[in-house]
Structures are given as C-alpha cells and as structure tokens.
Design a protein around this ligand. Sequence first.
Ligand SMILES: Nc1ncnc2c1ncn2[C@@H]1O[C@H](COP(=O)(O)OP(=O)(O)OP(=O)(O)O)[C@@H](O)[C@H]1O
Ligand SMILES: [Mg+2]
Length: 415
Amino acid sequence: MRILIADDDQISLRILEKSVTEWNYEVVLAKNGPEAWDILSRPPIPSIALLDWIMPEPDGLELCRRLQNQKSNNFIYIILLTSNDRPEEIASGLDAGAHDYITKPFNKDELKSRLAVGRRVVANENSLKQANEELRRYSLEMESLAQERAQQLVKADRMISLGTMAAGITHEINNPLTILHGNTILLKIFWQTMGEKDLGAYLESTGKNSAASLMLPNISGIIEALQTGVERLRKIVDGMRTFSHGQGGKTEQIDLRTCLSDAIQLCQPKTKHLGGMKTKVEEIPFSIKGNPVQITQVLVNLIANAADALASTPNPSLNIELYPSPGQAHFTIQDNGPGIPRENLDRLWSPSFTTKPAGKGTGLGLAICNNIITEHGGDIEVDSKLGVGTTFTVQLPNAEEYDRIMGKRKKNLKE
Ligand SMILES: Nc1ncnc2c1ncn2[C@@H]1O[C@H](COP(=O)(O)OP(=O)(O)OP(=O)(O)O)[C@@H](O)[C@H]1O
Ligand SMILES: [Mg+2]
C-alpha cells in the first residue's frame, strides 16, 4: 500500500521513513506542504497520508481541508502528526478532514497499530467502491434488459392483436367461400353434363345472332375463371389462417438460396426499374429448418419494400446478401433509399403502419415478416439513416438450435 509521509523536519522524516518501510509500505516523501499537495493530487495517489501539522504552507491542516473540499473518488486515509494534543486542537484537525492523529514524539508500536487501522479502512473503502461500481453496472444492465423486454412485449402485443384480427377475418370469409367453392364445382358438373351437351342443338334453334348464341359459348370459360378465382381466395384464406394460428405450416429442411432466388424472381416486376441489383450468396454450411414458402414471403416483402423506397432515388442500389455465422444464417437487404424517420421506426412492425397511398400498401408486410421469423426462432432488425438508406437483417437459427427452441416452446405451452 502506498503511503505519503510529509514533514519539514528532516530527522523526523527519516525516522518515520525507516519505520514505515520496515512494515512493508511503499513510501513517498515530501519535505514541505507544496510537495505533499503535488503528490496527493497526481496519480498514483497514495492510500494513506501521514501529514505533519506544522509545515510551510500549506500545512497539514490546510492539506486536510483541501482534500475534503476536493471530493475526489480516491479515498485517502489521513493521519495528522502533532506535538499538541489539546482536545480542541485535535477536534479542529478531525473537523478539517483528518481520520486520526498521532502525537510527537511518536511511539513506534502505536504508529504501527494506527497505520494498520488505516490499512483496514482503506481496504473497506475500496471494496465498497468496487461493490458500488458493480451495483451501478448491474442496474444499468437491468435497465437495458427491462427496455428490451418492454419492446418485446409491445411487439408481442401487436402480433396478438394482428393474429386475433386475422383469425376473425378468415373465419368470416371462410363460410361464404366454402359455399362459393362447392357451388362452382356443382355448376361446372351441371354445365358439362347438361348444358354443354345440348348447346349445339339449342344454338341452332335460336339462330346465329341471338343473345344466347353470343353468351352461352363463353360459359365454360366463365366457370373456369370463377374456379381459378375461388381457388386463389382459398389459398389466401389458408395463408391467413396459418398466420393467425401462429404456426409455421409445413416444416422441412430449407434451402435458403432457393428461397432467395424465388423471391428475387417474384419481385422482378418491381425491381426491373432499378437497373439490376447486387446479390452475394454464400454457402450455408449447416441445415436450416422451417417453412420455405413463409421464408420466401418474408424476402418478397423486404425486397418489395426496398424497391418501393427506391422509386424516386436517382442512383438506386439494392444489395442482398446471404451469409453464415456460427450457428446462424443471415440475410441482409440493403437499399440507398430515403431511409425511415426515427419516429416511424417503432411503429414499423405494427400491422396498421404504412406510408403508402391507399390501395398500394396494407402495412401488414413487416408485421407478417416479424411473426414468421419469430416463429422460426430467428430475429429481424432494421437499421436506417435518413438520406443514406435502410438495411433489414434477418437471422435464422440452424436446425439444431431450431429444434431446441421449438422443444422449449412446447414445454412452456404444456406448463
Ligand atoms: N426499405 C424501406 N425504406 C423505407 N421505408 C420502408 C422500407 N421498408 C419499409 N418501409 C416503411 O415501412 C412501412 C411498412 O412496411 P410494410 O411492409 O409493413 O407495409 P407496406 O409495404 O406499407 O404495405 P404491404 O407490405 O402490405 O404492401 C412502409 O409503408 C414504409 O413506410
Ligand atoms: Mg411491404
């Protein structure tokens, strides 16, 4: 432990130095007040200071006052050396900030014991400081954890409301759709067995220019179009049902390269005005599990969003990457569009948030992406700077981690 001994009496200084060095302290000496102040103000700061009361200014008492007023983070245990032990003198020394005093001529054993007390107090102060620091760090960690949890809850809450809404809509649509679907099939059968068979004879009887001869030959086509439309609606409703139940649908090994090339293909009508995009696709050295249709859906929405954002950017650039990191696969979709204003970043994942004109965007895209990726045990994040661009990053766990997450979810559901 480092100790400062300050005394303007050379003989006393040497005697003190000799004793204190014997007790295994690292000693620094000061021959007067200014030297002592210099040592006390510059690192490495001593832990104990043995200060002679009477010295050329600043004297021991003044040094105590200065240290007390300085309110530094470094604790220094101060012992005043005095030849006057009148109670009022001692009281004024302690009031000035000294922790202890010793009278001259000092007794060696007493000095040793008083220094040992100082050493214990310094050790306690240091461990208290360390504990405080740890407590502060811990409370900061807790605060950021609480913020993160709060954000997750907000996201979860939005997803619940979106899921409830989607479940309600699918239920309402599904009943009339079933009727429509059944009747379309019946209509087709009736037409094929009854109408189409007698069509020739009937048209001959009505004449070439009759309304019937203009309309009836189109009935087959009309029924086909009706059936295609109904099938499409059924697919949408099925998709919404999967989404509202929060399930990934069919789980299988996913080839992320195929998902990406499918998505790029599907987005071509939107991206062709960009004059090409850059893609960098790395090998993923482990397998990924999930629903490939849903992963493609996520990529389609992210690429379509970027293409929309780049609509009026003078030199648009869209970079897409697929790369691995230990245990995870990552997609990044990066554009140099106008960026997302700060106040919109929190609302981005809400199913009702869109800045697109009515009829162009529903605002559901990112809410669905978030739901799908969370269901896959992954994460989706956005980083955006106004006037610079936006990057969405999707992380997906490897198959092993995926199984672990799904197992844990099942267990939590049972409890
Ligand atoms: N790359 C991007 N650059 C700038 N803004 C973006 C970007 N991606 C999303 N946004 C903003 O986020 C909003 C919400 O996107 P989201 O995909 O959820 O819905 P949408 O694209 O508006 O509608 P939908 O996806 O249903 O067509 C967008 O309207 C847009 O304001
Ligand atoms: Mg979108």
